[in-house]
Ligand binder design. Structure first.
Ligand code: SAH
Ligand code: DHB
Ligand code: MG
Length: 220
């Protein structure tokens, strides 16, 4: 099925995305720098843009910058006085990302914080930052339950929290899994169900990134 999913994603990109978008260079530079090629796909990145723009997000938080691919899509959805705070633990990734934000012309909108996401979240709460309008969680999966808790604290009623990689080729449905990432995602899903502060769903996706999915959470 992967070949078919690839060809449909390529079709969607051809139909709805611009071939000359400077964002293509972000993926090329990221590969050349030897970074893992695990960013959201083009159609998924544009979905983040559509969601953030639809809700007129002015303050966006991202956990897991990598090369700045999803971050550029998110920054593009911001108004001129908007802000994207994006957190990355790996200084090499953060360097590539800063160059990406420069090439795509969004540097003035982006604050790259090079530190562990849990530390950044604690600091943001301490600084009285937020509330954020849109939060994209895409860093290490084992900390997803904690990221969710801090994200809710940095939210207001109506904040949209999108969480990547919650299906992982269907592994999430395996209640006997011992994979720490799967266990963490399952724990986060259970928190989402029980937590009266939020309402959540999750959607399976197929495409160039294989079989995976997003959770979408609105803060009540
Ligand atoms: N959002 C990016 C992809 C992120 S990949 C995109 O779609 O373009 C996950 C990133 O999270 C990697 O760059 C990894 O270095 C970073 N990461 C891993 N653990 C982290 C942590 N504890 N805190 C912050 N970032 C982390
Ligand atoms: C991985 C991480 C991601 O954020 C992703 O979208 C795909 C894969 C990974 O760590 O393998
Ligand atoms: Mg991801």
């Amino acid at each position: 099925m992967q070949d078919l999913w690839d060809s449909v994603d390529r079709y969607i990109e051809h139909a709805l995305l611009r071939a000359d978008d400077p964002l293509s260079s972000v993926q090329q530079e990221s590969a050349a720098a030897g970074l893992p090629q695990i960013s959201v796909s083009p159609s998924q990145g544009k979905l983040l843009f559509v969601l953030a723009k639809a809700m007129r997000a002015r303050r966006i938080l991202e956990l897991g910058t990598l090369a700045g691919y999803s971050g550029t899509w998110l920054a593009r959805a911001l108004p001129a006085d908007g802000r994207l705070v994006t957190v990355e633990i790996d200084p090499k990734h953060a360097d590539v990302a800063r160059r990406s934000f420069g090439r795509t012309g969004v540097s003035h909108l982006v604050d790259v914080r090079v530190q562990p996401a849990l530390e950044a979240l604690r600091q943001l709460v301490g600084e009285g930052a937020g509330p954020f309008d849109f939060i994209f969680i895409d860093a290490d999966k084992v900390n997803y339950p904690q990221y969710l808790e801090w994200a809710i604290r940095l939210s207001r009623a109506g904040t949209l929290i999108v969480i990547d990689n919650v299906v992982r080729s269907g592994e999430v449905a395996d209640s006997s899994s011992t994979d720490p990432a799967v266990l963490a995602v399952r724990q986060m899903m259970s928190l989402l169900e029980r937590d009266a502060r939020v309402t959540a769903t999750a959607i399976q996706t197929v495409g160039v990134k294989g079989y995976d999915g997003f959770a979408a959470v609105v803060v009540n």
